[in-house]
Structure formats: structure tokens, C-alpha cells
Design a protein around this ligand. Structure first.
Ligand code: EPU
Length: 303
């Protein structure tokens, strides 16, 4: 989406927002799939309500992109202007067992920074790619740890009220890869409360998780992590593997040889390739196991 109204662009820039026309968005996602759009980079959280008000008033459709590690974008010119929080340094402030983090911060870096202050609990999340905001939205989890456990307060732009509000952890529902945030809420910062633990012990936990992950997941390839949620009591990866689908592909979209619930962009896959592969695998799993797999990756459909 190209914003053509120069008055609107001037008003956006006057808010301190960086206007970057025609940005290639694929490289901003871990799948490296996706076309171009105008990108609006938000440097100050406070400018967000006014920015969204301006866009709505001008009838400019928009979407918010987080760390890009769990999203499948459409190709070509996207029909939305894209909003993104600027990365800020330092991202983490620590007071006792409380950790205040900007949602644009990298999840892995946050885990290691906290570890250096003898704050643990999140070791399992170490290799999960993406931002703190994305981890909150999806209630990211791995190796028995989910981020929701540690959340005490979230500062969020609430689409319903058009205001920035602070939600207490207890007011938010954190379930398996799902939360009660509205799709157009935007997470801005969070207060986590982490248990005290010696750095060496945390480091040991991090090493173990890293090893497990390296042994079972295709870390150096372009993916969005697991493509499907696990069905209750089951494993999507195991079912897809048992169907002999490792290496199965549509165009450049391919089921990983290492972990069957990771779908890889093996070259220049399009969104259509990836969606066709998802559909094909889902149908085969349904036929063989009678299980309807639900996508874990967030798919942005242009129409
Ligand atoms: N398995 C196979 N073949 C495969 C993949 C897995 O037989 O190709 C088997 C494994 O041997 C194991 C079982 O399936 O017995 C479960 O596999 P794994 O331990 O790899 O865990 P998973 O259920 O596939 C979940 C999360 C991952 C997370 C790991 C580790 C989901 C959808 N996936 O994977 O999260 O990293 O556990 O805790 O919940 C993600 O969210 O994107 C993600 C990758």
C-alpha cells in the first residue's frame, strides 16, 4: 500500500514517525516471503493512538508487524500500510525480580540479559525467534515454559478504545499458543516477574535447550517455526513424519527433512506455494488420522 496523500505523510512525520515508502517486507520475516508496502516505524509509543486515528480518518488500511518470525505475508503490493515498533537500546530494565521490557526487544536477548542478572525461568524460550511482543501475543512456549507464566503487566494499545492501557497479568488469558488480546491490539511493553537463580544454573538450562533444539529443528533455514499447533494430546510433527512427507514440496515451499512441522522456504517460495503445501498436508493428516490441524503461523491474506 502506497500512501499518496502528502498532507497525511507530513502529519505522520510530524508525530516523529519514520515514513519509509515501498519497503520490501519479505526480509523482515523469518520465512522471507512477502511483497512491498509503505512502512511506518514508531519510535515513541505515545504517538501510536494519534497515528492510528490519522490512518483511520484517511481510510488507509494498516497492519502491525512484530518480529516477523511467525507470519506468512502475501506477495506483491500489500493492501495495508505496515506499522512496526523501532528497536530501542537498552531494551531491558531490571528492578529486583521485575523486568521491564520493550515489546520490540528480541526474546532470546532478553532471556540472556535476565540470566546475567541471576533471573531465570525462561531458559526454555532461548531459541524461540522473534520479539517480546510476538511472544506475548502467541504465548510462546517451548520445553515446558510459556512466557505467560511470568507476565505481571502489559502496556498495550487497545484497538477497542483507541488508547494505551495497562493490563494486569491476571486480566489476560494465556493459553496454548493463544491469548485474549484482540487481533488489532498492539503490545508495547511488559513487566515480567522472574525467579532468582544463579547465572551458572540458568546457563546450564539454556545449553540443554539449545542442544535439544539443534538436534531436532532446522535452525538455519527460512521457516516460521512450527506451522501447525499440536492437536490435544498429539504431535503434528510426528503425524506428518509418519505420513512420509518430509521433503514434500510445492514450488519452493518444503516440509523440513529435520522436523516435519517446520515448513521451509527453500528458495523463492511464494505465499501461494506455502498455502498450497499447508492445505495438502492438512488434507492428508485429516484423511489418515481424522484430525484437523490448525495453523500456528499467522497468515495475512490479501483478499
Ligand atoms: N517427531 C517426529 N518427527 C518429526 C518431528 C517430531 O517423529 O519430524 C516426534 C518427536 O520425536 C517427538 C514428538 O514428535 O516424540 C514431539 O516432537 P518435538 O519434541 O520436536 O516437539 P513438537 O511437539 O513437535 C513443540 C512446539 C515447538 C517447541 C518444541 C519443544 C508446537 C506446535 N511446537 O514441538 O514450538 O519448540 O515443542 O518444546 O507446540 C513453535 O511454536 O513454532 C515451535 C517450534
Amino acid at each position: 500500500m502506497r500512501i499518496s496523500d502528502t498532507n497525511l505523510i507530513a502529519a505522520i512525520e510530524a508525530l516523529g514517525i519514520e515514513y519509509r515508502p515501498g519497503v520490501s517486507l519479505g526480509p523482515k520475516t523469518s520465512l522471507e516471503i512477502g511483497g512491498t508496502s509503505d512502512l511506518l516505524v514508531i519510535h515513541k509509543h505515545e504517538s501510536l493512538p494519534e497515528l492510528i486515528r490519522l490512518l483511520k480518518q484517511a481510510g488507509v488500511p494498516h497492519r502491525f508487524l512484530g518480529g516477523g518470525s511467525n507470519v506468512l505475508l502475501p506477495d506483491g503490493e500489500l493492501p495495508w500500510a505496515i506499522l512496526q515498533l523501532a528497536r530501542r537500546e537498552p531494551d531491558v530494565r531490571i528492578e529486583g525480580n521485575n523486568v521491564f521490557v520493550d515489546c520490540a526487544a528480541d526474546l532470546g536477548r532478553t532471556v540472556t540479559t535476565c540470566a546475567k542478572h541471576d533471573l531465570g525461568g525462561m531458559e526454555g524460550l532461548i531459541g524461540v525467534p522473534g520479539s517480546i511482543g510476538g511472544a506475548l501475543r502467541m504465548n510462546a512456549g517451548a520445553y515446558g515454559t510459556q512466557i505467560g507464566t511470568f507476565v505481571r503487566e502489559v502496556t498495550v494499545y487497545r484497538a477497542a478504545t483507541g488508547r494505551i492501557e495497562i493490563l494486569r497479568g491476571a486480566e489476560i488469558n494465556f493459553e496454548y499458543r493463544h491469548t485474549s488480546f484482540a487481533p488489532d491490539d498492539i503490545m508495547l511493553s511488559v513487566r515480567l516477574e522472574l525467579p532468582s537463580k544463579p547465572y551458572s544454573e540458568i546457563l546450564q538450562g539454556i545449553r540443554i535447550c539449545n542442544e535439544k533444539r539443534r538436534a531436532s529443528q532446522p535452525l538455519n533455514q527460512k521457516s516460521a517455526g512450527c506451522i501447525f499447533k499440536n492437536p490435544p494430546g498429539g504431535s503434528a510433527g510426528r503425524m506428518i513424519d509418519e505420513l512420509g512427507l518430509k521433503g514434500h514440496s510445492v514450488g519452493d515451499a518444503r516440509v523440513s527433512d529435520r522436523h516435519a512441522n517446520f515448513f521451509i522456504n527453500a528458495g523463492h517460495a511464494s505465499q501461494a506455494d506455502m498455502l498450497a503445501l499447508i492445505k495438502d498436508v492438512r488434507e492428508r493428516v485429516r484423511e489418515r488420522y481424522g484430525v484437523e490441524l490448525e495453523e500456528e503461523v499467522i497468515v495475512w491474506k490479501a483478499r
